[in-house]
Design a protein around this ligand. Structure first.
Ligand code: HEM
Length: 413
C-alpha cells in the first residue's frame, strides 16, 4: 500500500518545528492544530535517522500489527541508560514493554484477570463506588465550584481497582499522586531530572505493592493480589519482581486512563446538554458517546515502537533501531477513515478508534476501563442534572498520557 497525498491545508510548518511545538505547554493543551499541520506533510513523516512519525489510520494499524515494530523493552532502555531509573526499571518488567516471548508469557499469566466474564462481575463494584463518590460530592457542595477530577473522576477508579487488588482504603488516597507521577515517564525526556517525579512515584508504588504481596502470601484474601501470588507460587511463570511490577501496572493503568476518560467524557457531555441528559437512560447512547470520546480526545496520544530491522514502510525506510512514533490521536482523526473528523458525532457508523491500541499489545483492560466509565458517567449525570462547567478545564502538562489536572464544575443542587 502506498501513502496518498493528504488533502487538508494548514500552516506551513516543518516536522521538527511542529514536533517541538507539540511538546510545549500550549501544544500539549491543544495538540490538534499541530496534528493538522503535520498531516499536511503526509500520513508517514520521516524525522531523519532517529525516527518516523506515523499519523495515518491504516499506517498506525499496520505498524501495530507488524512484529518488526517492537515495543521499547529492557534492551532499548538499557541502551539509553533509562533503565537506571526506578520508573523504567519497573516498566520494563511488564508486558506492555516486553517483546516475544516474555510478552506472551506475562499476558498468559495475567490475562484471565481482565477477561470479559471477570469484568461483567465487577459492574456492581463500579456502581457502588460511583454512587458513594457521588454522595460525597453532594455532601461537599456549597454552591461554589468543585474540582471534579479530585472528587470523582480519579476517585471511582482508585476505589474500584483498590478494592479489586485488596489495597486498604486508608492507603488508597496516598497512592493517588504517585500513580499520576509515574505516567510522566512516558513523556519525551529532554533532561534526566525530568524523571524524578516518576521515579519517586514508582518507589512508593513498588514499596506498597511489594509489601502487600508479602502480606497476602502470609494471609491470603479474596482479592487479585492474593490470586496472583497463589498462581505464581503454584509454578506460574513470573519472577517475584515481575509479579510486583505487573500489580503496579494494574494499579496505574487501572486508575489513570479510566480517570482521564471519565473527565473527558463528562466535559464533552456537559458541552452537549441534550445528549448528556439522554445518556442517563440510554445504554446505547452511553456506549456510542464513550467510543466517540475515545476517538475525539483519547487518554493516550502516542505509542512508541523501535524497528527491529530496516523496514520499508509505505515507501519510507524506517532504519533498524530507530523509533516510530504512532500518533493514535491523529490516526483517530484521519479524514480518509472518519468523515468530518474534527466533529464530535455519536452517530458515526463503524466507529473504531485506535485508542486501546491494536495487535498483540491491545489493551488488556479495555473492557474493564469502558465498563467503569459506562457506569460512572451516567450516575454522575443522573445525580446532578444541573451540573455545569465553572471554567475551562486545565490539562496536565502531559501529552502521551493526557487528561485534566483539574475540572471545576458547579453541581447546581
Ligand atoms: C481508558 C482507559 C485505557 C486506555 C485508553 C488504555 C490504552 C491502552 C493502549 C493504547 C495500550 C497499547 C499499548 C501499546 O500497544 O504499546 C494499552 C495496553 C495495556 N493496557 Fe490499557 N488502557 C486503558 C485502561 C486500562 C486498564 C483499566 C487496564 C487494566 C488493568 C489496562 C491494562 C493494559 C495492559 C496490561 C496493557 C498491555 C497489554 C500488552 O502489552 O499486551 N489498561 N492500553
Amino acid at each position: 500500500m502506498t501513502a496518498t497525498p493528504h488533502q487538508r491545508t494548514g500552516p506551513a510548518m516543518g516536522p521538527a518545528e511542529a514536533l517541538s511545538e507539540l511538546f510545549t505547554p500550549a501544544g500539549k493543551h491543544n495538540p490538534y492544530p499541530l496534528y493538522d499541520a503535520l498531516w499536511d506533510l503526509g500520513p508517514v513523516i520521516p524525522l531523519g535517522p532517529s525516527g518516523t512519525l506515523v499519523l495515518g489510520y491504516d499506517e498506525v494499524c499496520t505498524a501495530l500489527r507488524d512484529p518488526r515494530f517492537l515495543v521499547t523493552d529492557a534492551d532499548v532502555h538499557r541502551a539509553t541508560g533509562m533503565i537506571d531509573h526506578s520508573s523504567w526499571q519497573c516498566f520494563t518488567k511488564i508486558m506492555m514493554f516486553s517483546n516475544s516471548p516474555d510478552h506472551e508469557r506475562m499476558r498468559r499469566f495475567a490475562g484471565w484477570a481482565y477477561a470479559p466474564r471477570e469484568v461483567a462481575g465487577r459492574r456492581r463494584l463500579a456502581a457502588k463506588w460511583a454512587e458513594r463518590w457521588a454522595d460525597r460530592l453532594a455532601a461537599l457542595d456549597d454552591g461554589g465550584p468543585l474540582d471534579l477530577v479530585e472528587t470523582f473522576a480519579v476517585r471511582v477508579p482508585i476505589s474500584v481497582t483498590g478494592e479489586l487488588l485488596g489495597i486498604p482504603e486508608s492507603d488508597q488516597s496516598a497512592l493517588r499522586g504517585a500513580i499520576t507521577a509515574t505516567t510522566t515517564a512516558f513523556e519525551p525526556v529532554f533532561d534526566r531530572d525530568e524523571l524524578r517525579p516518576a521515579d519517586a512515584g514508582m518507589d512508593v508504588l513498588v514499596d506498597c505493592l511489594g509489601e502487600l504481596v508479602r502480606e497476602r502470601r502470609r494471609r491470603p484474601g479474596d482479592d487479585l493480589i492474593s490470586a496472583m501470588v497463589r498462581d505464581r507460587d503454584a509454578g506460574g511463570a513470573l519472577s517475584e519482581e515481575e509479579l510486583v511490577a505487573s500489580l503496579v501496572m494494574f494499579l496505574i493503568a487501572g486508575v489513570q486512563s479510566p480517570s482521564d476518560l471519565i473527565g473527558t467524557t463528562v466535559r464533552l457531555a456537559l458541552s452537549r446538554p441534550a445528549e448528556g441528559r439522554g445518556m442517563t437512560g440510554d445504554d446505547d447512547l452511553v456506549s456510542a458517546f464513550i467510543t466517540e470520546t475515545l476517538r475525539f480526545d483519547p487518554p493516550n496520544h502516542v505509542l512508541t515502537r523501535a524497528a527491529e530491522t530496516d523496514i520499508d514502510f509505505y515507501g519510507h525506510r524506517v532504519a533498524a533501531g530507530s523509533r516510530a512514533l504512532l500518533v493514535l490521536a491523529a490516526a483517530n482523526r484521519d479524514p480518509r477513515r472518519f468523515t468530518d473528523p474534527a466533529v464530535f458525532d455519536t452517530t458515526r457508523k463503524d466507529n473504531r478508534p485506535l485508542s486501546f491500541g491494536l495487535g498483540p499489545h491491545y489493551c488488556l483492560g479495555a473492557a474493564f476501563a469502558r465498563m467503569q466509565v459506562e457506569v460512572a458517567v451516567p450516575v454522575l449525570l443522573w445525580r446532578f442534572p444541573r451540573m455545569a462547567l465553572a471554567g475551562p478545564p486545565a490539562y496536565r502538562d502531559q501529552l502521551v498520557t493526557r487528561g485534566f489536572a483539574r475540572m471545576d464544575v458547579t453541581l447546581g443542587t
